[in-house]
Every structure is written in C-alpha cells, then in structure tokens.
Design a protein. Structure first.
Lengths: 392, 191
C-alpha cells in the first residue's frame, strides 16, 4: 500500500485557487474518504458476491451469472453494496463542494487573474461563443460537477476550470501526479518506447478540459506545435492561464471534436484522454472520422480510456459500470462496448492497423500501484491506462 | 474583496438512491457531511496546538497533563448537557406532547379549518350531504382530484403517533421489506 498523497502534493501554479486552512482540511477529508472507500470498503463487494450472491444464484439457476446485468440485479439488493454506493456517491458530491468553496470566496478576483496571466509562454486562446454545446454535455452534469463544464456565473468566468483542476487531484487521490498529467505523460512515454523515431511536429489534444493531459507532450516532444480543443469556454480560459503560468505554449480553441476548423492533414498526432465516454454514439463515430481527416499519412490517433468490458469478468464489469447510472456518466456503458476495430474502419482507418494496449502509468512506474484494479471510484488505481488507436 | 458567489451545488441529473427508503441515503450523506466538518475542526485544533507549541506559549505535553479543576469540570459538563439537549431535542417532543395533552391527530386541525361556513341555524350534522357510492363515482369521473379529498366520515387508519405508548411501538417493530422488487425495478430500469 502506497503512502496516501495529500492534496498538498498537487503542484501549485497561479491559476489554481488558493485555499484557506479549513478549505484545505475539507479537501483532505474528501480525499481520505475516497481512499478509505477504495482500500477498505470497495473489496467487500467482491466478498459479498462470491460468498453470498453467487452461490445463491447458482442454487437457483444451476449456473453462475453470465452478464453484469445478472450480477447487478442481485447486487442492488445487498445492504453492503447499497451502503458502498451511497457512500461513493456522497464522496463525489462532497468532493465538488469542497473544491467549490475556495472558488466562490472571491470569484471575480480569481477570474481577473485568469484573464491576465502574470507569465506568458506564447500560447493562445481562441473562443467561439457561437459554438453549439452538444446535447450530450447538457442532458446531465457529467460526473456530477454542478453546472457541468459550461456554467458561467459572470462574463469571462473560468470557475468550472478552477473547480475541476483541484477536483481531478482529489478524485484521483493524487495518483495522476502533482500536475494531474499522468494520462498524457503515460501515452508520451509509451510513444517514446514503442515509436522511438516518431517525432510529431504538430499535435492535437481533443476534449482537453483544463489541459492537464496536454502539457506533458510538450516535455516529450519539445519541437511540436501543440493544439488543444474543448467545447467548454470556462475550461479553456482556465487551461490557457494554467499553461501560460506553467510555461508551456499551447494553442487552445473552443471547438467540437466532431467537426473542427483545422485543414485536412493538419496533425501527425491526435490524442484524447477519457473523452470518448463523455460523448455519444453518433459523436464517437464523427470524432474518429474527424481524426482520420485531420491526420497526415502515417500519423497516429490515440485515445485513453478505461478498458472495454469485452472478456471482463461479469462482476468486475458490473462494478466498473457503476459510474453510468450513479455518477452521471450516461455514455459510459455503451462506450465500453463499442467494437473498436469497427469504429476505426467506419472512420476511414485501416482496421489492420488498429491497436489496443494496456500501458503503464508514468507516475506509478516509480511507485507500487495502489490496488492493481480497474474499479469504479478508484481512478488511476490500476497503475495502467487502456489506450486504443490507429495509424493513418 | 468582491461579493462571494454561491456556486450551484446540485448537479443536473436525477440523484440515485440505493436503499428501500431513500431517506436512508440522505441521512448517510448528512452523517458524512458532519464527519467532514469534525475532521476540519480537528485539523484546526491540531494546527492551533502546534503553533502554540512552536511559539512556546504551550507545550503539547501540558495538554495531556492538564487536570481540570472542579469548576472547569462542571462548566464542561453543563456545556455537554446543553449540547446533547440540542442534538437530541427531537426525542423529547413525544414526552412533551403527552404532558401537554397535545394528542389530537393533525388531520383534525385540517378538518377544523376546512369546515365550510355553515348557515346559522342548520345543525352541524346535516351540513354536508351524504355521498352515496353512485354519486361518488360520478364525482370521481368529473374531477378525480377533488374526489380524492376525504369525506369527513373516512375511517382513521392508524392511531396518532404521539398517542401510542412508546413501549407498544418498540415491541411491534414493522419488518423491513428486504426486496422491494417493484420499487427497485422502477427506479433502476434494466437496459
């Protein structure tokens, strides 16, 4: 078991809202609460299933449950699972609340410093107020962030980004590193190992939110011109200030990854990090098709996600699916069932070049991994990331 | 410093519940909220002790060695009692109600205030025409909401909560349905 990472382990930068003594203590509590659930409570579901639910199902049906739906239909009646679920949901709500408090204390002043970063790195910000926010971003507030990615309390508001940056650190219990950059850093590390001659000149990060996964590519590929897009203006305002303060030039623009305004063949690397599950059936196909259009010949598309359910033990799939209904991730289930080869093919890629891999976490390469499992509510706890991609 | 803004706390989307009685989910959220604030207080106290220790105003060993005198003991006991009185006040109301003879069902107050103004000389018993089964059906067809309103003669199902002796309630605990299959299925539709 690794040492718990304090919220203090998050690297400070000028975009990150400062916290008071008690605000910090509150965030620390939520982090500890989540960690407690992961380490001490989560595993009990498996015990309840193996010793109680499964034997009872087998007696009744003369076979073990085959699907995660059969597992779910039994588990929802188990008091242990009910308690686990209500605690996990509560921890998520407390996380947002604890990260909102420092932001609402003096939002106007915080927004002013976001609008005029003290340091400049040469990046840019291009917003498009006319951009239509896709319905899959407004139906529910994704992963229960109140107001979602888009809420604005005043003109030029970046509060959603301020809340999100801290919340990501608390959510992952620090397991994505001091800059929350582990997904990007891990893909960059994988590229350097598996494609040592690949040196992208121009790259694009899709659905970048606050750019926490975007920045590590600058370190891995110092010569690359880095672009990043998102549909949410508050996230991009924050992302821009954050990157400038951290000294990384990124060109942010407010665009929908389904249809961008970049020219054909603009990039030799296109990445996304846990973006696909926050879209929709139609959108995911549009995004892959757009990746194909935007890549140069030989260019790479890589999407990081949690692994597909195919071939997964029904109980593990059931627990990994927890977020779909309980954490406002409506597309989570379906996005984990999509045939990725077909997805590539329909997008114009050669299915023979499609690749899927479990890649080691750059942050945890130096650490022992926490639980070695992909499980709901334990983001980054696996010590691995799942990637899916293709080459044009 | 500009005026503080309250960010919205409710995420758009129906909040899932997991227990047969959704209030159990609510109470757990309250307990965890309270636990969070206790942790915040504890951290603050810890900070205070460490700062005092560092500045030499206090050594932390002094806290362990602190022996409250009789006056302090009494003050603390009084505070604790008042505190528990506040937190557990809800438990006392039943006894208070018994003492005050405050045993009427709340419905009687509703009936009282909803009683239509009667013509002066008419006796109370004839004020409202009796509702026969036939007319009741007619009313239901025309305006179901109105028909659902209780006629004065409707039987009282349960004795008033406050009027039931505590012993009777504890002795006959209502069994909790372990599998409210219908309700659960309704809330969590199968894909």
């Amino acid at each position: 078991m690794t040492k718990p990472l304090s919220v203090h382990a998050q690297a400070e930068h000028r975009a990150l809202p400062p916290v008071t003594h008690d605000e910090f203590a509150r965030q620390e509590f939520v982090r500890a609460f989540k960690e407690h659930l992961v380490k001490r409570v989560h595993g009990g579901n498996r015990a309840v299933y193996e010793r109680k639910v499964k034997p009872s199902f087998e007696r009744q049906h003369k076979r073990a449950p085959n699907t995660r739906f059969e597992v779910r239909d039994e588990m929802v009646h188990e008091p242990y699972y009910q308690m686990f679920s209500t605690l996990l949901r509560t921890s998520q709500e407390m996380m947002w609340s604890a990260c909102q408090k420092p932001v609402e204390r003096d939002l106007e002043a915080l927004n002013q410093s976001i609008a005029a970063p003290a340091r400049r790195a040469g990046g840019s910000l291009r917003l498009n107020p006319a951009l239509e926010v896709p319905r899959y971003h407004t139906a529910v507030d994704i992963h229960c962030q109140p107001g979602g990615y888009h809420v604005e309390y005043m003109p030029g508001d970046a509060s959603a980004g301020m809340v999100y940056d801290r919340a990501v650190h608390v959510y992952a219990m620090g397991q994505m590193g001091p800059y929350n950059n582990d997904m990007g850093a891990s893909i960059a590390m994988w590229l350097q190992r598996h494609h040592p001659d690949f040196k992208p000149q121009r790259m694009l990060d899709l659905g970048c939110s606050v750019g926490h996964s975007t920045l590590p590519y600058a370190e891995a590929f110092p010569d690359a011109e880095i672009h990043a897009i998102d549909v949410a203006a508050p996230m991009l305002r924050y992302a821009h200030a954050r990157a400038e303060d951290l000294g990384v030039a990124v060109h942010y623009s407010q665009q929908n990854a389904e249809h961008t305004d970049f020219a054909d063949g603009s990039f030799d690397l296109i990445v996304s990090h846990i973006l696909l599950h926050e879209t929709a059936e139609r959108a995911i196909h549009n995004i892959v098709r757009e990746c194909h259009r935007l890549l140069r010949k030989g260019g790479l598309m890589i999407h990081a996600e949690t692994p597909p359910y195919k071939g997964m033990d029904p109980f593990d799939a059931f627990l990994l699916d927890w977020d779909t209904r309980n954490n406002n991730e409506p597309f989570w289930t379906r996005s984990h069932e999509i045939d990725l080869k077909q997805l590539s093919q329909r997008g114009g890629f050669d299915p023979a070049l499609e690749f899927e891999d479990l890649i080691p976490s750059a942050f945890q390469v130096a650490q022992a991994s926490r639980s070695q499992k992909f499980q709901g509510g334990d983001f980054g706890g696996g010590g691995l990331w799942f990637i899916y991609g293709n080459q044009k | 410093m500009t005026a503080a803004i309250r960010l919205k706390r409710k995420a758009r989307g129906e909040r899932p519940t997991f227990f047969a009685d959704p209030n159990v989910d609510t109470v757990i959220a309250m307990v965890m909220g309270l636990a969070g604030e206790v942790a915040v207080l504890r951290d603050r106290l810890d900070t205070l002790e460490r700062l005092l220790d560092r500045t030499g105003a206090l050594q932390r060993t002094e806290i362990e060695a602190f022996a409250p005198n009789a006056g302090v003991v009494a003050e603390r006991a009084a505070w604790r009692e008042a505190f528990l009185g506040e937190v557990l006040r809800i438990v006392e109301i039943e006894v208070e109600a018994l003492a005050d003879g405050d045993l009427e069902r709340y419905d009687s107050a509703i009936r009282l205030v909803e009683e239509p103004a009667a013509p002066r000389k008419q006796p109370a018993a004839t004020r409202r025409p009796a509702v026969t089964k036939k007319t009741a059906k007619k009313i239901e067809k025309k305006a179901p909401a109105r028909a659902a309103m209780p006629a004065p003669a409707r039987p009282v199902k349960k004795p008033a909560r406050a009027a039931r002796p505590a012993a009777a309630r504890t002795a006959k605990t209502k069994p909790v349905a372990r599998r409210p299959a219908k309700a659960a299925a309704k809330r969590r539709p199968r894909r």
